[in-house]
Design a protein around this ligand. Structure first.
Ligand code: NDP
Length: 477
């Protein structure tokens, strides 16, 4: 069976405790890989390796770091099929999407390779003094990631951290550590000096907590649940460490009466059900103008019924299993709660039938109407394949409903009116707004949350700045 080791100081290593765990395929429960498990002492070893590597890496020329990141991106592309297959087998994402994720991760490395060259400062002349303002790498950083995009979200952190001149210790999710580890190995194989980029496995409570609390790490870049992010921020505060927190979301989609209904329905289905709804920027709540609600809902149902569910290694499949039984149970609980409170089930709402699905965490994509904000799915992150549709009338009501959430990661608006698009975009409390598009991710633009969805930004030049400290050098003439 495939064995996934940790990487500390440039070497593939076992954990100090000698423990390992088997990762099982959520599509059929078959073993996928044996994963070496670390403990606190392994986390410390990795942090020390990163500290040792920091002086040389941080003072290396940005061009050298740029070339290494481009080489790393190329190696990731060469290994994309292998990494994507592991990713699909460990967490259930359809192979087409896994491949796209890995290639996009390579693109992130290329993007930050170049962005690292544009790390300019300021020169300010003030009478008989001059001020130089420069940006320097923060130091050792801890990169902690979830299971839903285990490769791409790690690339959003490792790319800018390395480009900025930081050294790093990554900890992937215990549910899906294998593809993430292959990704880190591929970057190292480009010729990184030992210790620059390490990866350790193990539970968040022990290994993750050590990466957060150990004074060697100067910054924590975390993606995961809001409750974990809150704990990390509190723990990091004891050392006044920098934090970037990409947390939960509860994205609204507002469809106005002047929208292209086909385009809106297509985006709704892709964004509510892609990756089985296990996406922080999934559409969680659909608000549709009363005048077009019937037409829109019918189109959503038709497209939902066209989705192919099956073995995620089949390239024709749109939806695979969910990551775990717990994730599926939470989805069922949210649907039951909504139905109890008066929602209407329009399609899905159950597991698919047949031998193929018997051992996997499969669930049918589910569309509901007649929902309201007393229901859990309209307030809490379901993280499952559910599209609850609610009617509104007038802009005021649409904005009020969209903002009636503690989260503020992303929102989607469909309208043909540019004025309305700008007016509504400016009033919605979220870090990213997609107008007539079903994705808000672009390497060139910042991504991050308002309210309980997080602190800091990833991607774009702002994503690089998260790994740098500003220094003012004042010169007397
Ligand atoms: P978790 O918060 O449970 O875990 C995320 C990572 O943190 C895992 O590696 C986990 O390790 C680790 N961890 C857990 N506890 C601690 C701790 N005390 N100290 C340090 N590390 C810890 O999130 P999930 O993996 O369940 O991911 C799903 C969540 O991620 C959703 O809420 C989703 O919205 C959010 N997310 C946010 C995104 C964004 O950009 N805003 C993007 C994608 C997802 P272990 O696995 O061992 O527990």
């Amino acid at each position: 069976m495939y064995r996934s080791m940790m990487l500390i100081n440039g070497e593939q290593v076992e954990g100090a405790s000698g423990r390992s765990e088997i990762i099982h395929n959520p599509a059929n429960q078959e073993p996928v890989a044996e994963v070496v498990i670390g403990d606190v002492s392994d986390a410390v070893r990795a942090l020390e390796a990163a500290r040792h590597a920091f002086p040389e890496w941080s003072s290396s020329s940005p061009k050298i770091r740029c070339n290494l990141l481009h080489d790393a991106a190329e190696i990731v592309r060469q290994r994309a099929d292998h990494i994507a297959e592991l990713l699909t087998m460990e967490m259930g994402k359809p192979i087409r999407d896994s491949r796209r994720e890995v290639l996009s991760a390579a693109d992130s490395l290329d993007y930050f390779a170049e962005e690292g060259l544009r790390n300019t400062g300021d020169w300010i002349a003030t009478g008989d003094t001059r001020s130089i303002v420069t940006k320097q790498p923060i130091g050792v950083v801890s990169l902690i990631t979830p299971w839903n995009y285990p490769v791409e979200l790690l690339a959003w952190k490792a790319g800018p951290a390395l480009a900025a001149g930081c050294t790093a210790v990554a900890k992937p999710s215990s549910l899906a550590p294998v593809a993430a580890t292959e990704f880190i190995m591929a970057i190292n194989d480009a010729g990184l000096p030992p210790g620059v980029l390490n990866i350790v496995h193990g539970s968040g409570d022990t290994v993750g907590a050590e990466l957060v609390t150990n004074p060697i790490s100067r910054k924590i870049s975390f993606t995961g649940e809001t409750s974990t992010g809150r704990w990390i921020m509190e723990a990091a505060a004891r050392h006044l460490k920098r934090v970037s927190l990409e947390l939960g979301g509860h994205a609204p989609m507002i469809v106005f009466d002047d929208a292209d209904i086909d385009a809106a329905a297509g985006a709704c289905v892709r964004r509510a059900f892609g990756n089985m709804g296990q996406v922080c920027i999934s559409v969680n709540r659909v608000y549709v103008d009363d005048a077009i609600a019937d037409d829109f809902t019918e189109k959503v149902i038709r497209r939902t019924l066209d989705l192919r569910i099956g073995n995620p290694l089949d390239p024709e499949v749109d939806l695979g299993p969910m990551v775990s039984g717990a994730q599926r149970r939470k989805t069922v609980e949210h649907i039951e709660d909504a139905l109890r409170k008066g929602a209407r089930l329009l399609c899905g709402g159950r597991e698919p039938e047949g031998d193929l699905f018997a051992k996997g965490y499969y669930f049918m994509p589910t569309v509901l109407s007649d929902v309201d904000h007393t229901m859990r799915m309209m307030r809490e992150e379901t993280f499952g394949p559910v599209a609850p549709i609610m009617r509104f009338s007038g802009e005021e009501e649409a904005v009020r409903l969209a903002n009636d959430t503690e989260y503020g990661l992303a929102a989607y608006i469909y309208t043909d009116s540019m004025r309305r698009a700008i007016r509504i975009s400016e009033r919605i409390e979220a870090g990213s707004i997609g107008v007539n598009v079903g994705s808000v991710i672009d390497h060139h633009a910042p991504f991050g949350g308002w309210k309980q969805s997080g602190i800091g930004r990833e991607l774009s030049h702002r994503g690089l700045e998260e790994y740098m400290e500003i220094k003012h050098i004042r010169l007397g003439l």
